[in-house]
Design a protein around this ligand. Structure first.
Ligand SMILES: [Zn+2]
Ligand SMILES: [Zn+2]
Length: 318
């Protein structure tokens, strides 16, 4: 198996519980060949993919038919088996080769198909089927229908990403675009989850754009106000200073001897006057002097009393 197919296998192995969940991989014609389909089968993973004419192990008669000048009717289906893998050629507006291990090739479903242009390779085959209408309901294999439905996820993802990319163009370092790319993907995924959560289906592209923009702006605002609550620890500071809380709120202004009576070691300080009245003239209130404080807020706070709690409650740190 070449690196191209080995990549698919290594990604497939990272899927969780492939023995419990039925996975089907839809692959465009870059990857599939018969050995890959077999290897996926061993992992209990189904495949529905398109095939290139040189894909390893693919039935030669189908390849020859694909390359033949012979004209086929619109809707012509030719099937063959290779190593128990279902292989087919399907003539739609194009002639395609594919393989599947999950779909019954002859099951069909009615779908609206578009008429091909006059200049397309198979115009002479396909246009008569449509007669005069540009669109017609026609039966197509269920597998092809599912493929059309599931393929293209990457392109849609790129569109979502391109709309509101965080990529900056003046990047000096090679890893920065990679970072922005990952950030974009996280942002797009968040938007998709949000849409899924609200069960939102937006068909109109203008409305979608508006909705996506609103989501991005809301997220940006929320991220800017977001801050992980850090832990605030009571620490012994190198110097004594006035407690930030009681200084502001003029607490603990009782004379020293009264505080000592309560068993506290808070030192009262009254500027110069040392008087008994709170708003007494000549004295500017400075609160209690303490060596204790908060490491996060980087301020002095009394060790004893409510200063610690009241200060932090004010900032919603609790
Ligand atoms: Zn603090
Ligand atoms: Zn205090």
């Amino acid at each position: 198996m070449t690196d191209t197919q080995a990549l698919v296998i290594s990604l497939a192995k990272s899927l969780s519980d492939s023995s419990v969940i039925d996975y089907t991989l839809y692959l465009d014609n870059l990857f599939p060949n018969i050995p890959l389909a077999k290897a996926l089968g061993e992992l209990d993973i189904g495949i529905m993919g398109m095939i290139r004419v040189n894909a390893l192990g693919f039935p030669l008669e189908l390849v020859q038919l694909k390359q033949a000048k012979q004209s086929l009717k619109w809707g012509h289906l030719e099937t063959a088996e290779a190593d128990e893998i279902g292989c087919f050629l399907w003539q739609d507006n194009n002639r395609v080769l594919g393989m599947t291990t999950v779909y019954n090739l002859t099951d069909t479903i009615i779908r609206a198909r578009k008429r091909s242009s006059r200049t397309s390779t198979y115009a002479s085959i396909t246009r008569p089927v449509f007669e005069d209408s540009p669109v017609k309901e026609l039966p197509i294999p269920v597998g092809i229908n599912a493929y059309n439905h599931h393929m293209g996820g990457v392109d849609i993802g790129n569109q979502y990403r391109a709309d509101f990319t965080t990529l900056q163009h003046q990047n000096q370092r090679y890893w920065k675009p990679l970072f922005y790319w990952l950030l974009d993907i996280a942002l797009v995924n968040s938007y998709l989850l949000y849409k899924a959560y609200r069960k939102l289906v937006i068909e109109d592209s203008k409305r979608y754009h508006h909705d996506h923009q609103r989501f991005q702006e809301g997220l940006a605002k929320a991220l800017m106000t977001y801050c992980e609550t850090p832990e605030h620890n009571q620490i012994l500071r190198p110097t004594r200073s006035y407690c930030a809380h009681c200084r502001k709120n003029q607490l603990n202004w009782e004379p020293k001897y009264e505080q000592r009576a309560f068993g506290t070691n808070i030192t009262n300080n009254w500027g110069g006057s040392g008087g008994g009245s709170r708003s007494g003239s000549g004295g500017r209130f400075r609160g209690s002097c303490t060596r204790w404080g908060c490491d996060q807020c980087n301020i002095p706070l009394c060790k004893i009393g409510d200063c610690w709690r009241l200060w932090h409650e004010k900032f919603n740190y609790y």
